[in-house]
Design a binder for this molecule. Sequence first.
Ligand code: SF4
Length: 310
Amino acid sequence: MRDRYARVINYLRFSITDRCNHRCFYCMPPDVEFLAKEKLMSLEEILTLGSIFHSLGIEQVRITGGEPLMRDDVVQIVKAFSKYFRVSMTTNGSRLKDFAEDLKSAGLQSVNVSLNSLDEYKFRQITRGEIKPVLDGIDEAIKNQLFVKLNVVVSKMNIDEVPELAEYASFKGVPIRFIEMMPVGRKNSGAVFEKEILDRLSSFELKPVSVQLGVGPARYFVTSGGNYVGIISAMSKSFCSSCNKIRLSCDGKLYPCLGSTIHVDLLQAIRSKYSHQQIIQLIQKVLESKPYQHDMNNSEIDSKMNRLGG
Ligand code: SF4
């Protein structure tokens, strides 16, 4: 599939739940209200949409949430999708210890695990979750030979830990990516930009490398010790001109961009018994309206990142 700017769209971020056992401050408030269960896509609806996206040329699917491992049928979803797609997942890691082996057997290729701090207290402040299960989950995923990448959303709360986190990743032998916090409809207070992150990593003598670890937008560097460090600079250096993705929310709404209010409701279409051809037309409508670049500071953007997978 191509959009109107001739960008090839072959990557779908597929959110399967808005639920999460953490409450990262940049994602959801402590008293977040989750959608009623019947508003979420069922397993059957997820698989139907998966096969339609496959017929349209999507090659890579990243399963997101909320926290995808909150869904009991997540292994079934991975197993079904891995027949069509290269399947990866973004997770907070807290349940990975229990799921890593089954996910690997089901065909999952890689996991991005959020790790915003190594300090127990600070981790709790940022996520309202516990760090120990996450570190155990990372170890289990590595043991099961999943390709693991660590994701750090950098803010004023953890900028001081950037070198320590890079050191930890080196020790584990996994790439780490530092991500500029995106406001998604809010003011971006507390955000830290690429320059400051790279300054903090000066002792690692980073050298730019043209390596592609997955299909995401990270730019990679190699440290003097030989580990990969990525930067995802959605705010200070937009990568929109080479964007290859679309996003499906857990309630079945297809968005052309995280920073856009445009969407079509594919779940409603399925429940209204639209034909596959009619659903394909809706998907094409979203592609035609994919903006050239995000408008992340627009306050009308739905800030419910947990439904859309940030
Ligand atoms: S960012 Fe991820 S881990 Fe944190 S609350 Fe949102 S869905 Fe959960």
